[in-house]
Design a protein around this ligand. Structure first.
Ligand code: MSP
Length: 583
């Protein structure tokens, strides 16, 4: 029965490239979401991370990019959810897929491709991929039995199971990780020779230390490959039990395993089996930690077997809990992204998730934290600064004020001359911090530490507020030409800082950043990152903004948020130590 592999394991056709590289194509992806229930904030977080990376790349002018997302519509899980809802799988998927599309659109996720695994283009790609696996000798038919976990759609070894009692008090086995019940399943399946890929997978990871980020997840995968069993993988199910899926080509008694089907979405979006060569393997997948093994072990092995290179990078994030508990329908604590965006605004909610979400560790969600963060950093610090520095009382001409080199001499001149400048040591620190901010942000985005990029921006915004407060421009005497020059310089520096923050925040808070930049009269072609120079006048260079008429005042940049009504009464509970900040 076990046929010798014809060409296994085969080396990738092209080594996965690393580093951003100018003008290069890149496919960024979110996982495709199970179409068995509505979106929640965990799903949104995966999508926002990918969206921020995609938008950031666009601002850098880094070459053609795509952001793919979609819905995972086959498998037992969907079949059972449809039966429970008294509907058919296609009807359920149509409805739920629409909900995901709607939520992602509401959240301003700038996807270029939305794929549904029930689409013919995807089914064609999966069948072709299966053919490539079969032709390489990677598949064989074998009898498989084991504990199957339907919600996770996979077989689990004994080591990942625990004994429990079911609702009727009968002993049963459950998945250690998720607590879901498993069932003994025995059937004839096609098997994938995963065990043959231990060496090639290890080599791939050792040659590409950036392939999985953050680093702890890279080490976790290496550990799996070094210390754990890597049994062959069952890659089909009996069609009589699972009709809702793609049939195995030339064997209609079997349905292709939903994870093989789902993973191939990353190829179908780029036109596999014909057009993918332009994009593959320049792909970066954003995934939650629960689906790391599928993406970092099974997917690269399947690709190698099919004669393709593994993706360039897998970017992994941890999970959101809600007030210290796992989100679940039964606990009734699932956070609805649409309602959250309605209440906290799209940008407020995006900012919160990306600023507070730390990919390396689980983060806890509760409303008070959203309100506090958004009010202090977006409404008060950023919005307040814009409001105060553009107020008609201190800038009646509504222009981008001019910078005086005499008031704010370049540091070396100032030191040498000990001259008449009015700027103090902290002001020079501010200039140095903001000047280095774009590069720091770039490094954090490249390192998948968007939260750190935002932390740095927030810190600079605080510094700018300190600068403004220190010099109290509203108290300066505008009838005195010397005072007026200093007032203009304080405003010029402040607006320059705001211009940098607005530019850098575009990937995270696109609407607020747009409003901020429009108020500062920054044109659409001036919003990219490559030409982002901060305070050129300080270096004796001309500023294209100086003297320019500011954009219209369209009101508060960011209105202060209130606590959602239903949770105001819960504030005592919110302050309990288990609900502490995740950072
Ligand atoms: N359909 C598979 C993915 C197939 S990709 C080829 C799947 N879908 S999912 O809908 O269950 O999850 C989609 C994403 O949401 C995953 O990245 C998952 O980690 C993420 N989240 C689900 N719950 C989460 C939290 N509570 N917190 C953060 N993200 C979590 O898995």
């Amino acid at each position: 029965m076990l046929r010798a592999p014809r060409r296994l394991p085969c080396p990738p056709r092209r080594a996965a490239s690393t580093g951003p590289g100018p003008g290069r194509r890149l496919l960024l992806s979110t996982p495709i979401f199970y179409a068995n229930g509505p979106p929640h904030i965990g799903h949104l977080y995966s999508a926002l991370l990918a969206d921020a990376l995609h938008r950031y790349r666009g601002l850098r002018g880094a070459g053609p990019g795509r952001l793919s997302t979609g819905t995972d519509e086959h498998g037992l899980k969907i079949q059972q959810a449809a039966a429970a809802a008294g509907t058919s799988p296609p009807e359920l998927c149509e409805r739920v897929s629409g909900l995901f599309r709607q939520a992602l659109t509401q959240a301003a996720v700038s996807f270029t491709d939305f794929i549904r695994t029930s689409e013919p283009r995807h089914q064609r790609a999966v069948c072709h991929f299966w053919g490539a696996l079969r032709d390489s000798g990677a598949l064989y038919k074998g009898c498989y039995e084991g504990w199957y976990c339907t919600p996770e759609e996979c077989f689990l070894p004994e080591s990942q199971l625990a004994e429990r009692r079911d609702a009727q008090g009968r002993p049963c086995k459950v998945s250690l990780e998720t607590g879901h019940q498993v069932h003994w399943t025995k059937e004839e399946n096609y098997m994938f020779r995963l065990s043959a890929f231990r060496g090639p997978l290890r080599d791939w990871l050792r040659d590409n230390p950036q392939a999985i980020a953050p680093e702890p997840f890279y080490r976790r995968v290496l550990r799996w490959l070094e210390e754990e069993d890597l049994p062959d993988l069952s890659v089909s199910r009996e069609r009589s039990r699972l009709p809702w899926g793609i049939p195995v080509p030339s064997d209609p008694t079997q349905t292709i395993y939903v994870w093989v089907d789902a993973l191939v979405n990353y190829l179908s979006v780029v036109g596999y089996p014909e057009g993918h060569g332009q994009w593959w393997p320049a792909a970066r997948h954003v995934v939650g930690k629960d689906i790391l093994k599928f993406h970092a072990v099974y997917w690269p092995a399947l690709l190698m077997a099919a004669g393709l290179a593994p993706p360039e990078r897998i970017l992994v994030h941890s999970h959101w809990t809600v007030r210290g508990q796992k989100m679940s329908k039964s606990l009734g604590n699932v956070v609805d992204p649409a309602a959250s965006m309605d209440h906290y605004t799209v940008d407020g909610f995006r900012y919160f998730l990306l600023r507070q979400g730390v990919p390396e560790r689980d983060c806890d969600y509760y409303e008070e934290k959203v309100v506090k963060l958004v009010n202090s950093e977006l409404a008060d610090a950023l919005g307040g600064l814009l409001n105060r520095s553009t107020a008609p009382s201190i800038n009646p001409s509504n222009t981008y004020p001019s910078f005086s080199e005499a008031c704010f001499p370049k540091l070396s001149d100032h030191r040498e001359a000990n001259g008449p400048g009015r700027a103090c040591a902290e002001d020079y620190e501010l200039v140095a911090s903001v000047a280095s901010l774009p590069l720091q942000v770039a490094a954090y985005f490249e390192g998948f530490q968007i939260y750190k990029a935002l932390e740095r921006v927030a810190l600079c915004v605080r510094q700018s507020n300190g600068f403004f407060q220190r010099h109290k421009p509203w108290k300066l005497d505008r009838t005195d030409p010397g005072e007026q020059r200093w007032l203009d310089t304080v405003l010029h520096v402040t607006l320059e800082c705001l211009r940098v923050y607005g530019t850098l925040l575009q990937p995270v808070t696109p609407h607020a950043a747009h409003r901020l930049l429009s108020r500062l009269a920054v044109g659409p072609e001036e919003r990219g990152l490559s030409a982002l120079t901060f305070l050129p006048r300080y270096h004796g260079k001309p500023s294209p903004f100086e003297g320019r008429q500011l954009g219209p005042d369209t009101g508060l940049l960011f209105p202060r948020l209130e606590m959602p009504r239903r949770t105001r009464a819960d504030t005592k509970e919110l302050r309990s130590p288990t609900n502490g900040c995740c950072k």
